[in-house]
Design a protein around this ligand. Structure first.
Ligand code: SF4
Length: 217
């Protein structure tokens, strides 16, 4: 795997040129257009796709030379000629989008104003541990939000997600889900690598919160 300072070449329509190099703000995977806004994350999940390679879908590298500005997002979005096969824009890249919570809200407003596509946020739900003053009601701009549940209890969550905030992270993630479900089409997700018993526990937990659960691979 290359380091963050050695990005591979990306497809021109996904990237922002920067001197002789470029970095991917957007990438395609199936009918989704993904937005890659940061490589920062306060977690270190055992299943994180960043450990498997440099890129996903149409992007050969999702390691950023720099974090994109609103102008970068506008440039990359307006450079894309054809969105006819895209059915959703998803904030999800090689990092936790809400590490840049205020910027993500600004980017989401731009994309809502300039496209008819629904916009989703994929998040670990720990934004208020990262940015204690952030007003989560600003996330109402998203048509849907997917929160990584990851585990059925705090100890397992700590083992799998390895957050820098420690054991209280699980309860904070659940609080975030409870709060954002009031104004958002919210889903909880777990990876299918959990044991069947734990997945069943997650189903019951999600059911008790009246939130759909998605088991992802
Ligand atoms: S929260 Fe997301 S970006 Fe961060 S380590 Fe986990 S899977 Fe990777």
């Amino acid at each position: 795997m290359k380091t963050q300072n050695e990005p591979t070449e990306n497809r021109p329509e996904d990237t922002i040129p920067m001197g002789r190099r470029s970095f991917a703000v957007f990438y395609r995977l199936g009918p989704k257009l993904y937005v890659n806004v940061t490589n920062q994350c306060h977690c270190n999940c055992v299943f994180c796709i960043r450990q498997l390679g440099d890129g996903v879908g149409s992007a050969q590298s999702l390691w950023l030379i720099k974090e994109p500005t609103l102008d970068d997002v506008k440039y990359a979005y307006e450079s894309r000629k054809d969105l006819s096969e895209v059915d959703e824009i998803v904030f999800c890249g090689y990092g936790e989008p809400l590490e840049r919570a205020e910027d993500v809200v600004i980017f989401a407003h731009f994309l809502k104003e300039n496209s008819k596509l629904p916009i989703r946020l994929n998040t670990n739900g720990l934004v208020r541990l990262i940015h204690p003053d952030f007003d989560v009601n600003k996330l109402a701009i998203f048509d849907s939000i997917s929160v990584s549940l990851n585990a059925d209890d705090a100890d397992e969550y700590l083992r799998i997600t390895r957050p820098r905030f420690g054991i209280g992270s699980f309860d904070e993630m659940l609080r975030f889900a409870e709060e954002t479900k009031k104004f958002s089409n919210l889903t909880l997700s777990v990876v299918e690598g959990l044991t069947p018993e734990r997945i069943e526990n997650c189903r019951n937990l999600a059911k008790g919160m009246n939130i759909p659960l998605r088991v992802r691979n």
